[in-house]
Ligand binder design. Structure first.
Ligand code: MG
Length: 254
């Protein structure tokens, strides 16, 4: 069984600082997203902001393959890109949906959050995809309370997504977070209610539904990072870092 660390109030206080910066970065980048903007320029704005606030970008230099560490502060994933898109010289365009994922480390503790933004006017399907994914995240968070089981969260996400005719990605999951960017438990976006680890007050979780308009299947690009939908249909990603309490979870990246 996974060992899930429980955070004390001092640790949660430190996580709040990192998570506040995450929320600020997402708001800042959201305000800069427009047709014609280079993803590399968004990445630079995010890195400068994080460093000004005394934090470090958590994704930059991350990876299991030392010859191919993630080069960006942000993951920028457009349309059929699900997650882990690398910022570069390409521009974003009207009608696209752009997922921004950012991790911040400050005072030894991490925060992680993501949001998918529409660029100008987007199709009805994309608009619904974004709404359903964000709703699924909030419904999952509503199940993240002391005494519930982890897969109560997963099942709430899956139920809402599939009722809308979309699919949850299976190959990628949310995670515990704290002194490490990724800690136990792994948090799938599908599962059976009443199963998985028992949630306890003080567990810090990064809950992150990745939702595809079509098939749940995904592929990884030649760059070793960019995850795309297998059928080329769009995908959305919303993520919050939360702390489990005896009542409603506290959302640290709001
Ligand atoms: Mg995450």
């Amino acid at each position: 069984m996974a060992h899930v660390p429980v955070k004390n109030s001092r640790e949660i206080g430190l996580m709040k600082e990192s998570c506040r910066i995450v929320a600020e970065v997402l708001a800042l980048i959201g305000s800069r997203i427009a047709s014609g903007v280079r993803t590399r320029d968004l990445d630079r704005v995010a890195e400068e902001y994080i460093r000004t606030r005394g934090g470090e970008p958590a994704f930059k230099g991350y990876g299991h393959d030392r010859r191919n560490l993630f080069p960006g502060t942000l993951c920028v994933s457009i349309d059929d890109e699900v997650v882990h898109g690398i910022p570069g010289g390409g521009t974003i365009e009207e009608g696209q949906v752009v997922s921004i994922d950012v991790g911040v480390k400050k005072n030894g503790y991490y925060g992680d959050g993501a949001r998918t933004f529409p660029v100008g006017r987007v199709s009805e399907e994309k608009s619904r995809l974004l709404r359903v994914t964000e709703e699924a995240l909030l419904l999952g968070i509503a199940e993240a309370r002391s005494g519930n089981h982890l897969h109560d969260v997963s099942a709430a996400v899956q139920r809402h997504v599939e009722a809308a005719g979309f699919s949850v990605v299976r190959d990628l999951v949310g995670h515990g977070i704290g002194k490490n960017l990724h800690e136990d438990p792994a948090i799938p976006n599908y599962g059976e209610p009443g199963t998985g680890v028992l949630l306890k007050e003080g567990m810090a979780l990064a809950i992150e539904p990745m939702v595809n308009a079509g098939t749940h299947r995904v592929t990884v690009g030649d760059d070793g990072w960019t995850v795309r939908t297998a059928d080329g249909k769009p995908s959305a990603h919303f993520e919050h870092t939360i702390v489990v309490t005896t009542g409603e979870a506290e959302i640290l990246t709001r």
